[in-house]
Design a protein around this ligand. Structure first.
Ligand SMILES: NC(=O)c1ccc[n+]([C@@H]2O[C@H](COP(=O)([O-])OP(=O)(O)OC[C@H]3O[C@@H](n4cnc5c(N)ncnc54)[C@H](OP(=O)(O)O)[C@@H]3O)[C@@H](O)[C@H]2O)c1
Length: 378
């Protein structure tokens, strides 16, 4: 039996600490991956910073982490398409409700993943570049393709225009607010792969990156007129949906939908940043945060309803219980990566090697990231 170790969140608000962990074999439908790279996400940082405000069901100690890349070491019963030694990426869902929280978190050497949320990667793709994808692409796909979200048509094999000039003036628009986020970078590529033209927002320093991912137009979201600029660029063409990523993105996204006639808006981020909360138990600050959240979200939902626009929050793991999961992980992603039709975005920045480097990676994320995913090699 291999020896396992994990980076544990031993108590609410604590720094991660590395300790021995049990090794768990793959059950039916599962794989065990020897992790070679993991990435950190805002939700890991939020869980660490806010105690039990989110993921209150997670026990202490907890193993966080969603993004893992490595080699398959065990294949569970009933799993086809994978063998030991395969190089893969997997979406680790250990933080979700009703999962095995100890064995399915990504921040350990041997992680149990669902085969249906795992994809083989090409030999030439490094683990540290590939690991930027799992949560971000899953969230983007859930938002764009689930029938209860934007409900867009799915990408088809071979339909990915590699550059923005390949789309046509006849295509419907999809608006991705926050294209330089990890989620947004994947939403741009997936929408283009499904045959839509994309208008997105990002800071000017990232505009060329957005165009390289396939966006037709990019607007600076910090300019006071960004929503108007997007509406002008739409130019009367139909908008199939608006996907809002980033704190404060919901309001401009809804304004764009109202002005362009889009009927659906999908929201990835709360209207108030959780990073405004101190990293300790702070009931007063939490109450203020709750009130600010209510004051921002309630009018948005009322306005949306009055305008007949369906506005919903998306949950990145929801694709594991519907047809979007198999479409993305079983078909589109492995094929598109193998054929070089999908790029790993955002770029990865390796913070260090070993489980001890995950805490510095979380600290780096807390300080801020721009079109970058912080990664640790193992
Ligand atoms: N609902 C879910 O299941 C789910 C899953 C994953 C993530 N999320 C949420 O989605 C958001 C993005 O997560 P991520 O991992 O993709 O983030 P990330 O990669 O860390 O995002 C960094 C980027 O955010 C951009 N940004 C910052 N503030 C923005 C704003 N107000 N509007 C638009 N863009 C903004 C910055 O763009 P510039 O550098 O260009 O300025 C920066 O490049 C977070 O709020 C996260 O909590 C939700």
């Amino acid at each position: 039996m291999p020896t396992n170790s994990a980076a544990y969140l031993a108590a609410p608000y604590a720094d991660l600490t590395v300790a021995e962990a049990p090794y768990t074999s793959a059950a039916a439908g599962e794989l065990v991956i020897r992790a070679r790279a993991v990435a950190v996400n805002p939700l890991d940082e939020i869980k660490q910073s806010t105690g039990n405000v989110m993921y209150g069901w997670l026990p202490s100690p907890a193993v966080l982490g969603e993004d893992v890349a490595g080699e398959v070491v065990e294949v569970g019963a009933g799993v086809s398409g994978f063998t030991a030694g395969d190089r893969v990426i997997g979406y680790a869902v250990g933080m979700e409700k009703n999962r095995n929280h100890a064995t399915e978190g990504a921040f350990q050497l041997f992680t149990v993943v669902q085969a249906q949320l795992t994809a083989r990667i090409p030999d030439e793709l490094s683990f540290e570049n590939a690991v930027v994808l799992p949560l971000a692409i899953s969230t983007a796909a859930s938002a764009l393709f689930q029938t209860d979200q934007l409900g867009l048509r799915h990408p088809t094999s071979g339909a990915v225009p590699a550059d923005a000039d390949a789309d046509t003036d006849a295509a419907e628009w999809v608006i991705v607010w926050g294209g330089s986020t990890s989620v947004g970078s994947n939403a741009i590529q997936l929408a283009v792969a499904a045959g839509y033209s994309v208008i997105t927002t990002a800071s000017p320093i990232n505009h060329d990156r957005m165009r390289a991912l396939g966006a037709r137009h990019v607007v600076d979201y910090r300019s006071g007129s960004a929503a108007h600029e997007v509406v002008d660029l739409v130019g009367g063409r139909p908008v199939a949906g608006v996907f809002a990523v980033g704190t404060g993105s919901a309001e401009p996204a809804l304004s764009i939908a109202i002005a362009t006639g889009a009927r659906r808006v999908s929201l990835a981020s709360p209207s108030v940043s959780m990073s405004s909360l101190p990293r300790r138990r702070a009931p007063l600050a939490l109450a203020r945060f709750g009130l600010r959240m209510l004051a921002r979200t309630a009018p948005l939902m009322v306005r949306s309803r009055l305008r007949g626009i369906r506005t919903r929050f998306v949950w990145g793991s929801s694709l594991m219980t519907n047809e979007v999961g198999p479409m993305l992980w079983g078909r589109f992603l492995p094929e598109a990566l193998a054929e070089g039709r999908y790029v790993t975005a955002p770029r990865s920045e390796v913070i260090g090697t070993g489980l001890e480097s995950i805490q510095p990676a979380l600290d780096a994320l807390r300080a801020g990231a721009s079109a970058t995913k912080f990664v640790v090699t193992l």
